[in-house]
Design a protein around this ligand. Sequence first.
Ligand code: OAD
Length: 256
Amino acid sequence: MGDILNIPDKLFEKIVDAERAAVLTGAGVSAESGVPTFRGENGLWRNRRPEELASMEGFLDDPRLVWDWYDWRRSVISQIQPNPGHYALAEFDCVYDQFTLITQNVDGLHALAGARDPVELHGNIWHVRCLKEGTVRENREVPLSRIPPLCPDCNSMLRPNIVWFGEELDTDILKRAGLAAKESEVFFVVGTSSVVQPAASLAGLAQRNGAIVVEINLDRTPITESADLFLQGKSGEILPALLRMIVQARGYDDCG
Ligand code: OAD
């Protein structure tokens, strides 16, 4: 059954028979769309200290520099499309009775590919937050007409509504992700270096609660050793192949 991807029969059966599944995605899923990853050879953090551009201290020190960087990332993201990996994950929702898509990505590409209600652990690059009032609103202006942008209500500075280094994740969002991990029978970890907490702990949480962990990545990561299955390669190729295999094994015509 699971031979196209060389998946041992026992594990493939578990993947096919599961009713509850969840996935954690990272920057690697968007790499084939043209969104740079953070770490690795051409990663965004290659020549930068993350704290300079993605922390409150860095922002207060130089809001213009930080906003210039986000303005550039927003312009890159505005010009690209989801890839077959995003589309396959959106369809996992119809394969499993209960499916939760958890992402560290802020690019919004999962929703654009049709994913229902993705759990965005680190926020969304198209949302801005007023530094004074804390109000969050959508802002899709590319490029921004004023840097740093100002709150239309109180004229205070706006910041990207993104979880920066040293900041806590939203409690409700983290709870949703934790619950999905605990309840899942299969937990997929795709395109993440699994070094940033608390996201990186979700696979272990799922596994301790009985799930099998399936990792899809170009390279090995700190969780590869403990994963039940490691599928090495591009998520844009492996996810659609895996989806086809599951759909076929379940005897569905398609997932539309
Ligand atoms: P990283 O850049 O740390 O890791 C990307 C991972 O994707 C690596 O393990 C690559 O091997 C893998 N990869 C690259 N291309 C791939 C492909 N086509 N198919 C499959 N895997 C591929 O990105 P994240 O793990 O998402 O946080 O980083 C986590 C967080 O650290 C980010 O959300 C960001 C960053 O600092 C904030 O900005 C708050």
